[in-house]
Design a protein around this ligand. Structure first.
Ligand code: SAH
Length: 237
């Protein structure tokens, strides 16, 4: 559903790019814009580039942190032109768009875009179920941020034209906030059982995050997992 999709821009430095993004999404029928700690906003350059999409800028939600911007989302994807140290499940824009259109009306979907200079950090990318890469020229792979938004938004619009079957599901997917709470409990339990030594954590939590993100538990499943962790904690204290 286009109305469930939010475009999240992290730490954007050029206000013109924020305006161009507003125009890019409005032309494709997406209306939710989230800005995480933008350098300059509101700004006349954003308004100029937005052209007739001033309403999108006016309704944009400005957040201090990425966690705040995605807290209630059940599908989170990060866009990136490069692959990272720990490989993560990834998709092409078309696959993502089709997936987004089959999600129930109850799932809020976040598509995250990084800084013009440095993209998204590993920590930010590890908040995501999937990474979406626009298959560009390997020798010159980085698109302007608003151009990247346009490609993703266009694919989402095209996907609305297809008749996509909905998967069977009895509970909504767990949101980012619920998963974050689960990871905190999990880490606490792993430390108290001495499985995880906080002095040498290595990539354990990142790998576990990837595992659980891949499984995409629903709310009920996360409640069960947290119940299990609770029972373990009670036994060891
Ligand atoms: N120099 C940065 C590029 C930032 S471009 C880097 O190396 O990561 C700004 C943002 O546009 C990126 O963070 C990403 O969200 C998006 N973007 C640019 N090119 C992209 C591509 N080929 N595929 C997916 N997203 C892309």
């Amino acid at each position: 559903m286009l109305k469930n999709i939010r475009i999240v821009l992290v730490n954007t430095s050029h206000p013109g790019n924020i305006g161009a993004t507003a125009r890019a999404i409005k032309t494709m029928g997406i209306s939710k814009l989230y800005l995480v700690d933008p350098l300059m906003f509101p700004h006349v350059k954003a308004d100029e580039m937005a052209s007739g999409a001033l309403d999108i800028l006016g309704n944009a939600t400005v957040c201090k942190t990425l966690d705040e911007a995605i807290a209630d989302c059940g599908l989170i994807v990060g866009t990136s032109a490069r692959s990272r140290a720990i490989p993560w499940p990834h998709m092409l824009p078309r696959e993502f768009a089709e997936k987004a259109m089959t999600e129930g009306e109850s799932t809020e979907i976040a598509v995250i875009f990084g800084r013009e200079q440095s993209g998204l950090t590993n920590e930010e990318l590890h908040r995501c179920h999937f990474h979406v890469e626009i298959p560009s020229n390997p020798d010159y792979s980085s698109l302007n941020i608003a151009a990247a938004v346009q490609v993703i938004a266009y694919e989402c619009r095209i996907a609305t034209l297809k008749d996509l079957a909905k998967p069977a599901q009895d509970y909504p997917y767990a949101t980012a906030k619920e998963m974050q709470g689960f990871y905190q409990e999990l880490e606490k339990t792993l430390v108290s059982t001495t499985f995880l030594n906080p002095k040498t954590p290595r990539q354990l939590m990142t790998r576990l995050r990837r595992l659980f993100h891949r499984a995409r538990p629903d709310m009920m499943e996360v409640n069960i997992l947290r119940g299990i962790l609770n029972a373990i904690q009670k036994k060891i204290v």
